[in-house]
Design a protein around this ligand. Structure first.
Ligand SMILES: Nc1ncnc2c1ncn2[C@@H]1O[C@H](COP(=O)(O)OP(=O)(O)O)[C@@H](O)[C@H]1O
Ligand SMILES: [Mg+2]
Length: 376
């Protein structure tokens, strides 16, 4: 088992800065997910851990050892790729054993490890088949099995579920999580899918454009995003954003936008002077809006329902408000119809406020803050 530490790690491909000054400490035994949109540098970061990409600058450690110049085969890692890359002419058993044979692991030891891995991920009855005789999900399990038999200090996985259909993806997701619980080995898992990240990660590192945006537990990222990018990327459907202007002070401090007038949340009062007169972005999640009149410490506004999507327990509402589109999720008991004009309410402690230029979150007085401040 091992930690993985990036210290000011940079990767350039010619003029392309794929990874920009990455600082990230992955703890021993942790399930760390690297998530972000396509092209943000996730695969490059993972391949640098594997030793498949040279590092342009900085220091990379696995455990206490600096591995910048250590060959991939000497790093004690195992990587699972999106494409399963199985040997088509070999049986499952031979696919699992192949890497160990190359490393001259004794035969009895190979047999033990293959049996254990096959038991762990339910491949025992498939050992004599060839890859073409397996379903996509089974092939992906063989690819996982091939990593497991290595008994590595760190597992690296690059979008391993993206070739599976939706149902199998959910199943395999749980299987990988179970595998991690059972083995307790450090895992670094890359995905562009924030749902995968939220459901699997002990912690999540969100990347954009080669830059690390925030690291935290799923709940920290959801409750306390550091910036507008993370706020919009984590959570489904995405957070609503509205441009507002801050004015007034004390109890009268207010955020106004088209069709919106939101009292400045108490925890942000300390920041009222510094944001006065500024254009800001207010953010609030669809699931924090509700239909009904506002109570204490709530904002309220009227919006028209354009489209209603029935989801069973809930209804997803596409709303328009002063030329702006919003999304709300409310109980389907409300039976909203397109064209209905609704009174909506939002608890003020669920409101996020961002600088409209930098996208950085505006934090209030930590002492008054209702949600717990992030400590990583
Ligand atoms: N071998 C390469 N040569 C040149 N540019 C590359 C190479 N690999 C990746 N890139 C570029 O580096 C950036 C990050 O890529 P990548 O790490 O694959 O992103 P992700 O896995 O997050 O989709 C992208 O702009 C991509 O085009
Ligand atoms: Mg990638």
């Amino acid at each position: 088992m091992a930690t993985v530490t990036f210290e000011h790690v940079t990767k350039k491909y010619g003029e392309v800065l794929a990874v920009n000054d990455l600082n990230l400490e992955i703890n021993d035994g942790e399930f760390m997910v690297l998530v972000g949109p396509s092209g943000c540098g996730k695969t490059t970061s993972l391949r640098m851990i594997a030793g498949l990409e040279e590092i342009t600058g900085g220091t990379l450690r696995i455990g206490d050892r600096i591995v910048n110049d250590v060959a991939p085969k000497d790093r004690d890692i195992a990587m699972v790729f999106q494409s399963y890359a199985l040997y088509p002419h070999m049986t499952v058993r031979d696919n699992l054993a192949f890497g160990l044979k190359l490393r001259k692991v004794p035969k009895a030891e190979i047999e033990r490890r293959v049996k254990e891995a096959a038991d762990t991920i339910q491949l025992s009855n498939l050992l004599d088949r060839k890859p073409k005789e397996l379903s996509g999900g089974q092939r992906q399990r063989v690819a996982l099995g091939r990593a497991i038999v290595r008994e590595p200090a760190v597992f690296l996985m690059d979008e391993p579920l993206s070739n599976l259909d939706a149902k199998l993806r959910v199943q395999t997701r749980a299987e990988i999580a179970r595998l991690h619980q059972r083995l307790g080995t450090t895992m670094v898992y890359v995905t562009h899918d924030q749902v995968e990240a939220m459901t699997m990660g002990t912690r999540i590192a969100v990347m954009s454009d080669g830059l690390l945006q925030q690291v935290g537990t799923p709940q920290q990222l959801y409750d306390n995003p550091d910036n507008k990018f993370v706020a919009g990327f984590i959570g489904s459907p995405s957070m609503n954003f509205a441009t507002v202007t801050a004015s007034g002070t004390g109890d009268a401090a207010v955020l106004t936008g088209s069709g919106l007038s939101i009292p400045l949340p108490p925890r942000l009062r300390a920041a009222a002077d510094s944001v006065h007169g500024k254009t800001l972005v207010a953010g609030f999640r669809p699931e924090h809006l509700d239909i009904g009149d506002a109570g204490a410490n709530m904002a309220s506004f009227q919006a028209k329902a354009d489209v209603v999507e029935y989801l069973g327990n809930d209804e997803l509402l596409h709303l328009s408000l002063g030329g702006m589109d919003l999304v709300a999720i409310v109980s389907s008991g409300h039976v909203v119809k397109p064209g209905d004009v609704l009174s909506l309410r939002l608890p003020l402690d669920k409101l996020h406020l961002f600088d409209s230029d930098s996208g950085e979150v505006i934090r209030g007085d930590a002492a008054v803050a209702a949600p717990v401040a992030v400590t990583a």
